[in-house]
Design a protein around this ligand. Sequence first.
Ligand code: HEM
Length: 456
Amino acid sequence: MTQIASTHYPPGPTYRDRLRNPGLLRLSTHEFLERNAMTFGDLVHYKAFGRHVFQFNHPDMVQEVLVRDAAMQHRGIVMQRAKFVLGEGLLTSEEPVHMRQRRLVQPGFHRQRIAAYGETMLQFADEMTARWHSGESFDIHRSMLELTLRITGKCLFDSDVESEVKTISDSVTAFMGFLPLAFLPYPHLLLKIPFGFIGRIQKSQKKLDSLIYTMIADRRSSGIDHGDLLSMLLASQDAEGATGGMTAQQVRDECLTLLLAGHETTANGLSFIFFLMAQHADVQEKVFAEASSVFGMGHADSRPTAADIYEHLPYCQRVVSEALRLYPPVWVTARTAAVAYAYRGLEIPAGSLLLVPQIAIHRDPRWYPEPMHFNPDRFLPQAIAARPRHAFFPFGAGARICIGENFAWMEAVLVLATVIRNWRLGFNGPVPTELPLSAQISLRPRDPVVISATKR
Ligand code: HEM
């Protein structure tokens, strides 16, 4: 006998609730999702703009929704609209295009490759701090956006994007502000408006395109295989037809996707990490002790490799984990039900918005007592083993798990150790107790993160 799935939906915030509390009107706020989880439990249901919304707040549901039921879903409205800027890159494409693209891009993220990228990460972090002046205060978020952009540009495209940093950062900011539009009707018409906010997105897109097409053209005309991701993508394009490689447009789309996805999330993550370091002098000193001992390893003629350094920084790795727990740069993973299907005996209608919020699960006191307290020891092996597997999933789960995960770990840990080894971070004035956030497509600090750095 076929089992009929129930349409008796679990509780969630009503329209009236949301109207009474203007703070809850915006669907995109992370506070809204956190509050839903706390108030209504593991599965929350409500309606937004006439659509069913399901919010899944238990770690077991991460696996069920993002892995087990993935075939019944697509990326959803935000990513469909994001195609306007990103084209059909890894982030936005649907199956089967996505799987094929992923196979072509994957070799750029193999273990040995990441190990080699580590040298660039160390070098660029050193170059950045060489420009700092002891005792000065500055916005660490801006510094991190520049640093991670340079690192991504160099590692993946062997390109020095330093002079373009502002263009790219501004474009990302314009693009991030695009989220609220994704839910409005007739977005294809809205996106044609040539002025104001939309005009800015269009301008940014033109600038980014010209940057990327120049990078591609330079590489083609040089004819040299740099052994990086760009050469790999172009080789696949040249073999097009024979191997089902990429079109010129797809190479552009993947480059842009990786440049944007690769630098902004990591920059936000590092800004959170350094804010927490400035806030927690005791943790900072432990990072310093570990980093100084590891960078001093080996002899003058046999400096340890970046990969060796990374392997010997377990405390720094725990600090990065705890920062990504508390402030997950991707704060919610969204899908849309492509068909109606049953979930735990409940009918999920086609077109429903499915939200799996990193921020609510990472801050759930069941897995992390006193969740707002920063404590890297939550990531000691025995503590991890005591929690459900997906109580921590800053890089997502399933077939669409972040392709740059290992890249991001290496980058965050090496940059953290390089900075703290030589600099003491703090605040000019009282230590702030809170970091105001802006939750758009990614979670970023709302305001400049002004910290002071003193040479050790
Ligand atoms: C702390 C840093 C980062 C975080 C927290 C992060 C997080 C994520 C998450 C959660 C997803 C899955 C989204 C979903 O399922 O809808 C994702 C996908 C993706 N990330 Fe990252 N990411 C980071 C760094 C990077 C880096 C360094 C790169 C590239 C150099 C990158 C490239 C991508 C791409 C291309 C995808 C789409 C993968 C696919 O759909 O196949 N990310 N990221």
